[in-house]
Design a protein around this ligand. Structure first.
Ligand SMILES: *[C@@H]1O[C@H](CO)[C@@H](O)[C@H](O)[C@H]1NC(C)=O
Ligand SMILES: *[C@@H]1O[C@H](CO)[C@@H](O)[C@H](O)[C@H]1NC(C)=O
Ligand SMILES: *[C@@H]1O[C@H](CO)[C@@H](O)[C@H](O)[C@H]1NC(C)=O
Length: 359
């Protein structure tokens, strides 16, 4: 086992450096190489995160360099070998890596949902930065840049963050009715994705206060409290994110925190001559060349485009809501918020409708 490994190391040292060593020297060299010099490659990630938004392009910077290693410097040897550049995405529990992109010399390949969307920047020969185009909500997360040359292997990570909005969600079924799988699906149905802890944390810092526990992407169940009070973990507690820890993804049922980002399309309140039942609302949007809007689209319009409208309207999930950015009398007097009027009887002809037309 050991001798096999040494043999492998030896052959790499030979190939790597083109030294003309006799066996005594090479034995010596190989020991030094591992024990004293470690990796002769270094990596430089200029920033811990990059912020973009859905539909945009984002560049993830990553540079590598050669450390000055005595044995190489003295011989003036520059690497004649190509490095392999490998980008992977870490899952939210950090247990797995998803292949994103690899390149070796002029050959490169992107994987899965990244196919055709990832390009190497190649600003110079030490540039391993990539650009991901047409960002999706799923692209959010931590990425790992790995540079491999022979046995040298260096890595750095960077967060691809998206501008957007976190919103608590429960479906028509009622409170605390979603297991983890259903929670993921519920967000997707509303043009959103289940939020990460980092996204919930940022929303909490931005003032989000919600006293119902919801699933997060990592399988934990938590809720954000800015105004401590008795039913929400106690009145004399500090503000913070309260956690129920990791729960059984199939058996336990909670609400969910969803995240959505900019959309490309138009969100609007349909001007109509009368109030509508739910099915009339669905049809009215279709006749207008659109679709009834989803909850995530209302939150995105409210948060990212300052959309304000004091008319309660149907949304796709059968809920009735209205977005207020300028609090005023009879329109969410106390705070800017997406107001929720519940899941009324779908036959009630009492509300308007919000539509969405994608570009
Ligand atoms: C190998 O190198 C050592 C140290 O430089 C030298 O003393 C020895 O004579 C060399 N042996 C051969 C076979 O070249
Ligand atoms: C993203 O990059 C692609 C390819 O370079 C380009 O065609 C597109 O216009 C870019 N999109 C944005 C939003 O900049
Ligand atoms: C995306 O949302 C941000 C707010 O977070 C806004 O400033 C920006 O104009 C939006 N971009 C597009 C292309 O809609």
């Amino acid at each position: 086992m050991t001798s096999l490994l040494l043999l492998a190391l030896l052959s790499v040292c030979w190939a790597d450096s083109h030294f003309n060593l006799n066996s005594t020297e090479s034995k010596y060299f190989r020991t030094i190489y591992i024990a004293d010099h470690g990796s002769r490659l270094g990596i430089k990630m200029d920033q811990p995160k990059v912020i973009s938004y859905r539909g945009n392009n984002a560049t993830l910077p990553c540079k590598f360099y050669y450390k000055k290693v005595a044995s190489h410097a003295s011989h003036g040897v520059q690497s004649p070998f190509k490095v392999r550049i490998k980008w992977t995405k870490l899952t939210s529990d950090y247990l797995k890596e998803i292949d994103v992109f690899v390149s070796l010399g002029n050959n490169w390949k992107s994987f899965g949902n990244y196919q055709g969307r990832v390009f190497l920047n190649e600003a110079d020969e030490n540039d391993a930065s990539i650009t991901i185009t047409d960002l999706t909500l799923e692209d959010y997360g931590n990425y790992k840049c790995e540079i491999i040359e022979g046995l040298d292997d260096v890595t750095g990570t960077i967060l691809l963050d998206l501008q957007g909005v976190v919103f608590p969600y429960f479906p028509r079924l009622g409170r605390y009715n979603l297991n983890f799988i259903e929670a993921q699906k519920a967000c997707e149905d509303q043009d959103a994705i289940i939020a990460s802890f980092h996204q919930l944390y940022e929303a909490w810092r931005g003032g989000l206060d919600w006293c119902n526990a919801g699933w997060l992407k990592d399988g934990s169940v938590q809720y954000p409290i800015n105004k401590p009070r008795e039913p929400c973990g106690g009145k004399n507690t500090v503000p913070g994110i309260r956690s129920y820890g990791y729960r059984d993804k199939l058996k336990n049922k909670y609400d969910v925190f969803c995240f959505t980002s900019n959309f490309t399309g138009r969100f609007y309140y349909l001007i109509y001559h009368q109030k509508l039942t739910y099915s009339e609302a669905v049809q009215a949007c279709i006749r207008d060349g659109s679709k009834i809007a989803k909850v995530g689209q209302m939150f995105a319009a409210w948060k990212l485009l300052n959309y304000d409208r004091c008319d309660a309207g149907w949304l796709a999930d059968g809920s009735v809501r209205y977005p207020i950015t300028r609090p005023r009398h009879r329109c969410s007097e106390s705070e800017a918020a997406v107001r929720f009027s519940g899941f009324p009887d779908k036959k009630h002809r009492l509300y308007g409708v919000y539509c969405f037309r994608s570009n």
